[in-house]
Design a protein around this ligand. Structure first.
Ligand SMILES: NC(=O)C1=CN([C@@H]2O[C@H](COP(=O)(O)OP(=O)(O)OC[C@H]3O[C@@H](n4cnc5c(N)ncnc54)[C@H](OP(=O)(O)O)[C@@H]3O)[C@@H](O)[C@H]2O)[C@@H](O)CC1
Ligand SMILES: Nc1ncnc2c1ncn2[C@@H]1O[C@H](COP(=O)(O)OP(=O)(O)O)[C@@H](O)[C@H]1O
Ligand SMILES: [K+]
Length: 513
């Protein structure tokens, strides 16, 4: 698992480490690690010239020391001091060390055009403008120098791409767009959250000896090795019931395919048993496509409610199906609520007592929050009311809105997107963030497949946070394999889950202790 820590916890760990180490040791470790990565990237790219953009704090200090080391290693290094007071406001010892090591120093205020031209010559650019002490956004001079970076240069952000909000919460500000970030001690939230992930590029962590093992993370990301730790593997004493029966209420006469996709994905994920509840057309299709599924109500360990479900559908069969969904929601069984099922959430019946996982995309989350915000509480924003939350609002601040929905409903919220967030209703718990899927997965039906995977995991007894994040990981990795760089279809992702889980479990078995 990758764990990102809050800035204040990083600062506390740094202070503890510094108290036990000779002065300057921590910065020396950081700059040596940074220089090592920079030298490797220069070697890979046959690069000779290094430009260091240097700001006023310790982030600039790290960068100057690293530039000095790279200069001693034979690279041509220029430090561009992007601080209002030039030399006077950068880390003095680091500046002296860099000059001593042969780094040329330039102050853009003296001749902005000449400085910009020099920046454009860097094969590798170290972004040391600000790190965890930075406020979001770049000041004008920094922005001008960043604009001058050559498109072919390798941009290596020091600790954090400058301009990002270190907490990863606000995302509208101008920031350096890095190819790679070398961070110290531990990832920071901005590296893993949607607001900062794009500007971070590849993430490389340099160990500087901070002790954060017992400090709760702010953000967590499951990796391949977590699959063997979390996936429910049956033992000799298990039977189909003990492994978990998933009830699926999905599909209707309007949206028939969603039922096949979610039930197929549940079967491919290894559900002990699937009980499907649908209207006649999807029932016939599920019978043909997934002979393993049984039909009708019965005892389950979790419900998946909603893929392709139309809560306004008329007719006896549709009403009977919706009755099953409502009864399930009112029960003490764990529920995954997806797509149309989200419209069944009754604000008067919140929070549910049993584990509950909501799996909206941005538009569904906006619609649900708008409905829950509406004075009547039960009205649907599709009825013509102006929604209080729009899809654009959610896309502008996905984490904030996912947290709002989790707080409002008392449920775990899995917000789908290129980065999928899973937020526990205990807002102090770490947020899970998964970014495993190629953009090819943005295709109709992909969410139905995800719902079948997470439903199976919930039925096996996993808590919603684990079921959601593990499901998102496996769904994303499967999509990546199925795509192999090209288009994919949702049904192929569903069929790819079995071999993906098998390979990820095998990887866990062969991993060294
Ligand atoms: N602590 C340690 O032991 C270790 C720390 N390490 C390193 O230190 C880094 C943190 O250093 P830091 O605390 O000095 O803050 P840093 O990120 O350099 O920026 C603060 C300065 O920037 C300024 N400023 C802020 N926002 C701005 C903006 N938008 N645009 C322009 N300026 C802005 C702000 O000035 P202000 O305007 O607030 O007066 C202030 O002067 C960390 O990321 C890591 O690289 C490693 O060496 C390991 C050991
Ligand atoms: N740009 C993207 N990159 C990677 N994955 C994406 C991207 N856009 C969407 N996804 C994923 O694709 C799936 C789409 O789900 P959803 O929008 O519910 O589709 P549907 O309702 O048609 O089944 C989600 O798992 C989401 O995380
Ligand atoms: K930086």
């Amino acid at each position: 698992m990758i764990r990102a820590h809050r800035v204040e916890d990083v600062r506390a760990a740094e202070a503890a480490a510094m108290a036990a180490l000779p002065e300057g040791e921590l910065m020396a470790r950081a700059s040596e690690g940074l220089a090592e990565v920079a030298a490797a990237r220069l070697a890979e790219r046959d690069g000779r010239t290094v430009v260091a953009l240097v700001g006023p704090g310790n982030n600039g200090g790290d960068t100057l020391y690293a530039a000095g080391l790279l200069s001693e290693a034979g690279f041509a290094c220029v430090a561009v001091l992007v601080t209002p007071a030039g030399r006077a406001s950068v880390h003095a010892e680091a500046l002296a060390a860099a000059e001593e090591a042969g780094v040329a120093v330039v102050v853009p205020a003296d001749d902005p055009a000449a400085a910009a031209a020099l920046v454009g010559e860097g094969d590798l650019v170290l972004d040391g403008i600000v790190g965890i002490g930075g406020r979001p956004g770049l000041h004008d001079e920094a922005a001008r120098m960043v604009d001058a970076i050559d498109d072919d240069a390798w941009v290596l952000a020091v600790d954090l791409a400058s301009g990002l909000d270190p907490c990863g919460e606000s995302g509208d500000d101008e920031a350096v767009w890095a190819d790679e970030t070398v961070t110290f001690g531990t990832p920071k939230p901005a590296h893993l959250l949607p607001a900062g992930e794009g500007a971070t590029g590849r993430l490389t962590v340099v160990d500087i000896g901070l002790d954060l093992d017992d400090v709760p993370a702010a953000v967590e990301r499951l990796t391949y090795d977590d699959v063997a730790l979390l996936w429910p593997v049956p033992g000799p004493a298990d039977d189909k019931y003990s492994r978990g029966v998933l009830g699926v209420v999905a599909g209707g006469e309007s949206y028939t395919g969603a039922a096949i996709l979610s039930v197929t994905a549940a079967a491919e994920s290894g559900a002990g048993m699937i009980r499907y509840v649908g209207t006649p057309t999807p029932t016939g299709l599920v019978r043909a496509a997934v002979p393993e599924a049984v039909h009708g109500e019965g005892r389950v360990q979790a419900w998946l409610i909603g893929p392709g479900l139309d809560v306004s559908a008329e007719g006896e069969a549709a009403r009977a199906q919706l009755d099953v969904a409502r009864t399930a929601l009112a029960s003490d069984e764990p529920v995954v609520l997806d797509a149309g099922g989200l419209d069944l959430l009754d604000p008067g019946a919140l929070p549910r007592t049993a584990p509950t996982l909501l799996t909206p995309h941005a538009g569904e989350l906006a619609r649900l929050l708008s409905r829950l915000d509406a004075p009547s509480g039960a009205r649907d924003a599709t009825t013509g009311e102006t929604p209080s939350v729009t899809r654009a609002d959610v896309e502008g601040d996905p984490l904030g809105h996912a947290r709002r929905l989790a707080a409002r409903t008392g449920a775990t919220v899995l917000l789908k997107g290129s980065t999928t967030l899973v937020v526990d209703p205990d807002l102090a718990a770490p947020v899970r963030s998964q970014a495993d899927a190629p953009a090819w997965l943005a295709t109709a039906g992909a969410g139905d497949v995800l719902s079948g995977v997470v439903g199976t995991l919930l039925a096996s007894g996993l808590k919603p946070l684990d079921a959601g994040s593990l499901g998102a990981l496996v769904h994303g990795v499967t999509a990546d394999r199925v795509s192999a760089g090209g288009p994919l279809r949702a049904l192929a992702v569903a069929h790819g889950i079995r071999p993906t889980v098998r390979d990820l479990l095998a990887r866990g078995r062969s991993a060294p202790e």
